[in-house]
Design a binder for this molecule. Sequence first.
Ligand SMILES: [Zn+2]
Length: 560
Amino acid sequence: MPEIKVTPLGAGQDVGRSCILVSIGGKNIMLDCGMHMGYNDDRRFPDFSYITQNGRLTDFLDCVIISHFHLDHCGALPYMSEMVGYDGPIYMTHPTKAICPILLEDFRKITVDKKGETNFFTSQMIKDCMKKVIPLNLHQTVQVDDELEIKAYYAGHVLGAAMVHIKVGSESVVYTGDYNMTPDRHLGAAWIDKCRPDILISESTYATTIRDSKRCRERDFLKKVHESIERGGKVLIPVFALGRAQELCILLETFWERMNLKAPIYFSTGLTEKANHYYKLFITWTNQKIRKTFVQRNMFEFKHIKVIMPGYCVQGTIGHKILNGQRKLEMEGRATLDVKLQVEYMSFSAHADAKGIMQLIRMAEPRNMLLVHGEAVKMEFLKGKIEQEFSIDCYMPANGETTTVTTNPSVPVDISLNLLKREMALGGPLPDPKKPRTMHGTLIMKENSLKLVSSEQALKELGLNEHQLRFTCHVQLQDPHSDADTLHRIYTHLKSVLKGYTIQHLPDGTVIVESIVIKVSSSAEDSNTKVLLLSWSYQDEDLGSFLSSLLKKGLPSGIC
Ligand SMILES: [Zn+2]
């Protein structure tokens, strides 16, 4: 049976360094190539030695597909392509291709220039890596080679984020990357065809969360911000420069207008400026125009600060420590800082919640489900729910662990008109094409296509001679008569037992039932012992073995 194998090199029962290997129909695809925000050591990048211990990445992989520009999905890309070594195609959408190198460069600057780390990719490597990228359009089928095709779908989440449908023959896999099933203020909701993939690989960041309505969360957020300002306080919102920043800006902007508030909103410059540029450039990917009425000056002098964490904080990050109530922070070997602020966690993350994941399953109707990009305990819970509600298997492999799913691919076959006519003559009108029906014929492969024809036609088309295969067996019988009489008694017996069969007694001393030939001779030692020779063609295998066992029982007395 054909199989599809899925092995996470990262994001297996974890959030961070998404990197999933898929083997389908003899093709190997790497889905995402991210880094882990929570580590500074080897664990920062996926473990590519899983592949390289057996050879080069380029020889093994048919392509790499990047779902979106978040670093936990693309942060290891230049390391993989330029340092480990990969020269094959890399696919991502146009916005991802535009924004990805900016974030990679920013990441490199922080790691190398600020923290002084070595053994890291250079600016030139980022450029060289991006040269290998082939941009994808939404809903456009791209032929990677003769057999492997990929198609991108809108995933919401961040600008340019895509889900991808990977197909080889009739086998297919969908990888969601990160997605959002409810529209944002600035992006739409994820959508996919009812493509019935063999496996749907889904993120599961919020596997156990069912978020209340967005409106409530927004009202809650604005209320907290407003209260702090009324008290004369200040609000610091640490937010990823791309995506959530724009989302919250639109929210605050409209609120400020409505409430006629005068307190200034400051926005840190740098990445955000570039980000806003791309949001304008790829405006067709967004929901609504991003307004640009923010003061572009950095004036962060705080007395009384309220921090709102607006996203998911991976274990090991400062955000995660603050959220867990840590009051002292060690800053990368430098000074220890006291946390003198009030902290609130509010989810504005653009990930699908449990309800959204179930909604996507209903949309795509996969045969199997595989969860990545989530915590094991939460995955376990969602896995149970999915298996119960959809009666499909749900897998959650850890990093380096392979999930194998056997598939039942269907192969299209042309059927000759003659064979169909014969089938009609035998079985009445042609069957309902939606219902399976067994047909007999000879399968021939010609010019890369399969055809089912009658055996006579197959012989003719292939220029072959027909040979007949016959089975023979000897049956001993006690019958004190002449050979000719015994044969006649067999003929009479079979005529009474087998109704509806053509039975002939031929003058050459044989009895014939369909293709089965029966001959009689006497044993050399004892003329009362008869030896029956039965032979039949393979089509009459059932009848032949039935007759041999029938005759072994002997002939009833009283027949002549
Ligand atoms: Zn993401």
